[in-house]
Design a protein around this ligand. Structure first.
Ligand code: 5GP
Ligand code: ZN
Length: 138
C-alpha cells in the first residue's frame, strides 16, 4: 500500500535490521525496543490488522515466531518472551500494517502489560460468554 512504512520496509525501500525472512513474512528489529532484541514480524503483503489477514499465513507465521523467539532467547539470554499484536488505536496500534511484536523478557525487567479487573457476577460473565459464542457462529 502506498505510503505504508512497513510495506516500504518489506520491499527494502527503507532500511531495517533484518533478522529473518520467508516467502510471505519479514522480521526485523523494532527501532524503539521494549527490551533489546524486540522484533517485529510482518506479512510482506499489506493487511491493516488481524481482521484483514489471510488465515493461510498461519503455519508460516507460527514457524517464524518459533524460530525468531528461540534465536532471541539464545542471543539475549531472555528468560521468556511476549507475543503482542495490537489492533486499532484504542489497542495501541500506531502502524496500520499488521505486525506481531516478539519481546524478550527478563525477571524483574519492569515491563508491565495490563491491569486485570473482575466481573460483577458469575451471571454477567455467563451472559457475555453466551453473547460472544452466538456471535462467533454468525
Ligand atoms: P504498534 O504500536 O503499531 O503495535 O507498533 C509499531 C512499532 O513499530 C513500534 O514499536 C515502533 O517502535 C515500531 N516502528 C515504527 N516505525 C518504525 C521504523 O521505521 N522502523 C522500525 N524498525 N520500527 C518502527
Ligand atoms: Zn503496508
Amino acid at each position: 500500500m502506498q505510503d505504508c512504512i512497513f510495506c516500504a520496509i518489506a520491499k527494502g525501500l527503507i532500511p531495517s535490521s533484518s533478522v529473518y525472512e520467508t516467502p510471505s513474512l519479514y522480521a526485523f528489529l523494532d527501532l524503539n525496543p521494549a527490551n533489546k532484541g524486540h522484533t517485529l514480524i510482518i506479512p510482506k503483503a499489506h493487511y491493516s490488522n488481524l481482521l484483514d489477514a489471510d488465515p493461510q499465513l498461519g503455519n508460516e507465521l507460527i514457524d517464524a515466531m518459533q524460530r525468531v523467539a528461540r534465536a532471541i532467547i539464545t542471543v539475549t539470554g531472555a528468560e521468556g518472551f511476549n507475543v503482542i499484536q495490537n489492533n486499532g488505536r484504542a489497542a495501541g496500534q500506531e502502524v496500520d500494517h499488521l505486525h506481531w511484536h516478539i519481546i524478550p523478557r527478563f525477571a524483574n525487567d519492569g515491563l508491565t502489560l495490563w491491569k486485570q479487573h473482575s466481573y460483577d457476577s458469575q451471571e454477567e460473565m455467563n451472559r457475555l460468554a453466551t453473547a460472544i459464542r452466538v456471535q462467533v457462529m454468525h
